[in-house]
Design a protein around this ligand. Structure first.
Ligand SMILES: Nc1nc2c(ncn2[C@@H]2O[C@H](COP(=O)(O)OP(=O)(O)OP(=O)(O)O)[C@@H](O)[C@H]2O)c(=O)[nH]1
Ligand SMILES: [Mg+2]
Ligand SMILES: [Zn+2]
Length: 286
């Protein structure tokens, strides 16, 4: 008799046991040997599994919508890019993560945490470019509004160590389940407290904590493709003298003439930095 095919989502892996979220609660399963050989079950995967002699066995991984590396997770809808007044934000990394989200078809959201400690003037550079939420994980301000934007989504958190990613998740889950830690006193940098990857269910959303900013920080684009991922350039592009203007050294560039107006200087400078990095990488390939 054919066995019933059951459906689940991999929320955690411990050695060769996978924790599956299913409509009947969390089940622990192993995987068919052929799946293990390729090591190809990722946190976030949607899988089919069966019950066999009282144990659960994953039979098949369903096609992935996308795959992130560092941490390795599949089927992510939204990425929260978290910044805070301390540690001092690195907006070049923010922009790199934002570009990669757009490349991967992941919705980016900028979250300014620790608003109890002050505000960030650079936030206005991102008005109209992506959704922005301000919150404080310690006093709970802005957390409900953020939760409202995450309904039904699989959400990963990116951001420098110690910006408060785990703290925000704890505030959302109303627990202190995830370990958090302060800045090392001397150097105002985080300590990379979070290390394990796990999907945490809250209502109809799944949250994925990550460690640091390693997620999505290298860009794999041709230099001339980069401009497509700076939304504020889009309307100006047809006004540049050259149709294929990359807004670097070309004459009569509408983007450059808008710097300080609809194009922020910070964003433009970071565009140039990333553009030059991509040119350098391309040259090194040959
Ligand atoms: N004042 C203030 N402190 C906060 C806030 N959110 C987090 N913190 C503190 O910031 C420190 C770092 O928080 P974590 O949540 O561990 O930061 P993280 O981003 O998860 O760091 P990693 O796991 O290392 O990547 C902790 O001491 C928190 O208590 C906030 O909204 N306001
Ligand atoms: Mg953490
Ligand atoms: Zn131009």
């Amino acid at each position: 008799m054919a066995k019933d095919i059951l459906n689940g989502r991999v929320i955690k892996g411990v050695t060769s046991r996978y924790f599956l979220d299913t409509k009947n609660g969390v089940k622990v399963a192993s995987a068919r040997k052929k799946l293990k050989i390729f090591g190809d079950i990722l946190i976030g995967d949607l899988v089919e599994f069966i019950e066999e002699r009282g144990t659960f066995v994953i039979e098949k991984v369903l096609p992935r919508r996308n795959t992130l590396i560092r941490p390795y997770v599949a089927n992510v809808d939204t990425c929260l890019i978290v910044i805070a007044p301390v540690p001092e934000p690195d907006f070049l990394l923010v922009d790199k993560v934002l570009i990669n989200c757009l490349v991967e078809g992941i919705e980016p959201i900028l979250v300014a945490n620790k608003i109890d400690l002050g505000s960030l003037k650079e936030l206005k550079e991102y008005n109209g470019i992506l959704d922005i939420f301000a919150c404080s994980a310690t006093d709970g301000e802005g957390i409900d509004a953020l939760v409202g934007a995450l309904d039904g989504k699989t959400v990963c958190f990116a951001g420098q160590s110690a910006v408060g990613k785990s703290s925000i998740i704890n505030a959302i889950l109303k627990t202190d389940r995830l370990q958090t830690d302060g800045l090392t006193k001397k150097i105002q940098r985080g300590k990379h407290t979070t290390r394990q990857t796990e999907l945490l269910r809250v209502g109809s959303a799944y949250l994925i904590d990550t460690c640091g900013f390693s997620l999505l920080d290298t860009i794999d684009l041709k230099p001339e493709e980069l401009r497509l991922y700076f939304d504020e350039f889009e309307l100006l592009q047809p006004l540049c003298q050259f149709k294929a203007c990359c807004h670097i050294n070309e004459p009569n560039c509408a983007v450059k003439s808008e710097i300080g107006m609809s194009v922020s200087e910070g964003r433009y400078n970071r565009y140039k930095t990333i553009y030059n990095e991509l040119v350098e990488r391309k040259n090194n390939k040959f």
